[in-house]
Design a protein around this ligand. Structure first.
Ligand code: SAM
Length: 282
């Protein structure tokens, strides 16, 4: 039984005992492997970087979907950039007030193979009548669409390879143009203890564009290095400051049963450690 080693650098890595390699392929965009590990279940890695595991995906997908959607309170049109495993799509369609969700994923094979080997991620979400799947580069698509959205969620890989452009100013500018009044952008933004420069770069870029920007956090065990950050941006400062009682009533009205997300965690997640606040100039 071999190991799958995710090397953050030559000095630091994490290893998974590979019980069985379920699928491996060089797609048009990524080296994709899906394997089984006794602790985390089925695991997908793209280009050597852990993307998602059956055991801990709920933390990431609940936090990246429900925080912006419950903060907004009435999001009907949602855009997901990336998200090919279907976990974010699954969580978004649990909100009955969502009338349309567009998912723009650059790699069809991630969707195909996630549906086959990680069926609990999407759990039928790709077949929801409200869902529209577009296979395209997220930046190019956001630049050409005339649609507007109440919430945009960027569930991308890290800023290397095809994901790199989803951390650039052009992308954030294009997203801002596509947000309706009161709209919210939420993004995957890495593990600050190891990728603080990425958080600082996103902070600089969002600050130039939005009336309100910040980050919120959650600890996802297989995203090595401690808490991970989610980027937050909106021109409505109130969206980030909705009181817990209101979030609670929205959560209850939505009738969503979660395993990680709670209205209290929603509120607490925006409290950042001092070293991050200092790094982003707050
Ligand atoms: N939860 C994971 C994380 O935090 O790294 C992300 C999971 S999801 C599999 C990431 C998706 O982003 C992949 O399917 C990848 O193909 C997609 N992606 C990367 N760059 C993209 C781009 N420029 N446009 C659209 N999708 C992109």
């Amino acid at each position: 039984m071999s190991d799958f080693v995710e090397a953050f650098s030559s000095e630091y890595s994490q290893a998974f005992k590979v019980g069985e390699i379920l699928f491996e392929e060089q797609t048009g965009q990524h080296h994709l492997v899906i394997f089984h590990n006794a602790v985390f279940g089925r695991v997908m890695a793209l280009d050597g970087i852990i993307q998602t595991t059956e055991a801990d995906e709920f933390i990431y997908h609940e936090m990246l979907a429900h925080v912006p959607l419950l903060a907004h309170g009435n999001a009907a049109r949602v855009l997901i950039i990336g998200g090919g495993d279907g976990g974010i799509l699954r969580e978004v369609i649990r909100h009955a007030q969502v009338t349309s969700v567009t998912l723009v994923e650059i790699d069809q094979r991630v969707i195909d193979l996630s549906r086959r080997y990680l069926p609990h991620h999407s759990r039928g979400a790709f077949d929801d009548p409200r869902a529209r799947v577009v296979i395209d580069d997220g930046l190019g698509w956001v630049l050409q669409t005339t649609d507007t959205f109440d919430v945009i969620i960027c569930d991308s890989t890290d800023p290397i390879g095809p994901g790199e452009k989803l951390f650039q100013q052009d992308f954030y500018t294009a997203c801002k143009r596509r947000l309706a009044k009161g709209g919210i952008l939420a993004t995957q933004n890495g593990v600050p203890f190891l990728q603080l420069d990425e958080v600082q770069a996103t902070a600089r870029r969002l600050k130039r564009l939005f009336g309100d920007w910040h980050f919120y956090t959650a600890a996802v065990p297989t995203y090595i290095g401690g808490i991970m950050t989610f980027g937050w941006a909106s021109d409505d400062p109130a969206a980030r400051r909705v009181d817990t009682a209101t979030i609670q009533s929205r959560y209850e009205r939505a009738g969503i049963v979660t395993r990680y997300y709670t209205p209290e965690i929603h509120h607490a997640a925006f409290a950042l450690p001092k070293y991050i606040l200092t790094a982003i100039g707050k």
